[in-house]
Design a protein around this ligand. Structure first.
Ligand code: 6PG
Length: 251
């Protein structure tokens, strides 16, 4: 992949690609290039692309940049990696964040947008509903997991990713694609570890010196496992990219 300002290393032992970027703008540009390449390849090969979106703040600028592109929106389907358990118009909603930064700025087919349901369902019922939506969309047989073309993820300073938080029950769920995660007592919906690990291309976007400790733990030769859940994301057949702002490595 061309490195417009980032430099590229591969960790062969973990099939992990690392791109170190001097700033968030460069990281965003790298992410845009990589996503475009993989989305367009998926469309060429199968007539559509499935893209899982990350929440939080790091990808905001990326979504704003994607909104300026002339991509074939009708051939792209959007899903969410996790969602806070709030109404879709709530300030904390990851769905609302994507609407504001991207979807309200382009003509995106409503049927191609697959947000995670939240209230008034219970968290358990919402997880089950999203599971059924994925089963229908991917025409899954019992026991099969969805295979997404691109999965975007962030990482918190505690090493969580999506809403898979350290030492929580969600980390043990391996028979479903979607489950209820917990940030303390706050319920969230999240894709499960096996679902993330079936991704064809999993891309972490990590910025901020406060992520440095977790990043060291996650990328260590002996990853830290459940204390830092992002370490559990090792795509089996797909490739793994860590797009990292240089401040993450300087502390
Ligand atoms: C969320 C995200 C979460 C996020 C990390 C990093 O719902 O908040 O899915 O996993 O990616 O917490 O967040 P920042 O990008 O804001 O640092």
């Amino acid at each position: 992949m061309p490195n417009a300002g980032g430099y590229f290393t591969t960790f062969p032992q973990t099939a992990m690609n690392q791109v170190i970027c001097p700033d968030l703008d460069t990281l965003t540009a790298q992410a845009l290039m990589l996503i475009q390449k993989r989305v367009f390849a998926a469309i060429d090969q199968q007539g559509r692309a499935t893209l899982v979106l990350a929440g939080g703040s790091t990808p905001r600028r990326l979504y704003e940049h994607i909104a300026t592109q002339s991509w074939p929106w009708h051939q792209i389907h959007l899903f969410w990696g996790d969602e806070r358990f709030v109404p879709p118009d709530h300030p904390d909603s990851n769905y609302r964040m994507v609407r504001e930064t991207w979807l309200d700025r382009v003509t995106f087919p409503a049927g191609n947008i697959h947000p995670m349901p939240t209230v008034p369902l219970t968290p358990e019922a919402a997880a089950a509903a999203y599971e059924q939506e994925l089963q229908a969309f991917f025409a899954l047989k019992p026991g099969e997991f969805p295979v997404f073309d691109v999965i975007l993820l962030g990482m918190g300073e505690d090493g969580h990713t999506a809403s898979l938080f350290p030492q929580t029950a969600a980390l043990q769920v391996c028979d479903r694609a979607v489950t209820v995660g917990h940030k303390g007592n706050e319920p969230r919906l999240t894709l499960t570890i096996p679902t993330l690990n079936f991704g064809r291309c999993v891309i972490f976007m990590v910025a901020g010196a406060n992520k440095a400790h977790a990043y060291r733990q996650v990328t260590a030769a002996q990853p830290a496992g459940e204390q830092y859940p992002a370490a559990l994301i090792r795509p089996q057949g797909g490739d793994l990219w860590w797009l990292v702002e240089s401040t993450v490595l300087q502390h």
